[in-house]
Unconditional design. Structure first.
Length: 192
C-alpha cells in the first residue's frame, strides 16, 4: 500500500513539474503587465447624464515624435466614444451642453516620468520596468471625467503598460482598445 501511494505522489509531482516547464517555455514575449489606479467618485456624475463631450483643453500626447500624435488622439477619441456609446451615452459637441466632459492624456516614460505624472495628475500607477526588453517603453494613459460645473475632474483613472514604439499604431489598436475598455469599466451604464 505504501509503494502504491509513493508511486501516486511521484506521478503527481512529475505531472506538475512537466506542466510548469511547458508554461515557462510558452511565455508571451510582449510584456503584458498593466497597472491601474483610480481616484474620485463616479456618484458625482448625475444619474441623468446621457451625453458626453470632449474636455476643451485636456487631450495631451507626449511621445517625442516616436508616434503619430494626431493619430493617437484620433484613436483615443474613437475608442472612448465606442465604449461610452456601448454604455448608453451619446456624443455631443460642446455647444450642445454635454452631461459629462472627457479628457485624456498619454505619455511615454522617456517624455514624462512617474514623478511628473504624479505632480500633474495626482496619480501614479507605479508599473515596474524591471526585466523588460529595450524594444518596449512604458506608456501611461490618463482618462478623466468632469462634470460641466466643476473645474477639477470628478473621477480619473491612470493605466500604465508597455508599447512597442517601432510598430505602427494600426498594429497596436486592439491592445489599446482593450486597455481603454478596462480603464472605463467602472463608469456606470446609462439606463435609457
Amino acid at each position: 500500500m505504501i509503494n502504491k501511494q509513493w508511486y501516486l505522489w511521484i506521478s503527481l509531482v512529475a505531472v506538475l513539474v512537466s506542466g510548469c516547464a511547458t508554461n515557462e517555455t510558452s511565455i508571451d514575449p510582449v510584456p503584458s503587465r498593466i497597472t491601474m489606479v483610480t481616484s474620485g467618485d463616479l456618484d458625482l456624475i448625475s444619474s441623468s447624464a446621457k451625453s458626453f463631450g470632449w474636455h476643451p483643453t485636456m487631450f495631451t500626447v507626449r511621445s517625442a515624435n516616436k508616434l503619430n500624435d494626431a493619430e493617437l488622439v484620433r484613436h483615443m477619441r474613437q475608442s472612448i466614444t465606442k465604449i461610452m456609446e456601448a454604455k448608453g451615452y451619446h456624443y455631443v459637441e460642446s455647444d450642445e451642453s454635454p452631461s459629462i466632459l472627457v479628457g485624456f492624456g498619454m505619455a511615454l516614460e522617456s517624455e514624462m516620468s512617474d514623478k511628473e505624472i504624479m505632480k500633474r495628475a495626482g496619480l501614479v500607477a507605479g508599473l515596474s520596468t524591471k526585466g523588460v526588453d529595450d524594444d518596449y517603453e512604458k506608456g501611461s494613459v490618463l482618462v478623466a471625467l468632469f462634470s460641466p460645473i466643476r473645474i477639477q475632474p470628478v473621477w480619473k483613472v491612470l493605466a500604465q503598460g508597455f508599447t512597442d514604439t517601432d510598430k505602427p499604431i494600426e498594429d497596436r489598436e486592439q491592445r489599446f482598445d482593450e486597455l481603454t475598455t478596462m480603464m472605463l469599466n467602472s463608469v456606470p451604464n446609462h439606463v435609457m
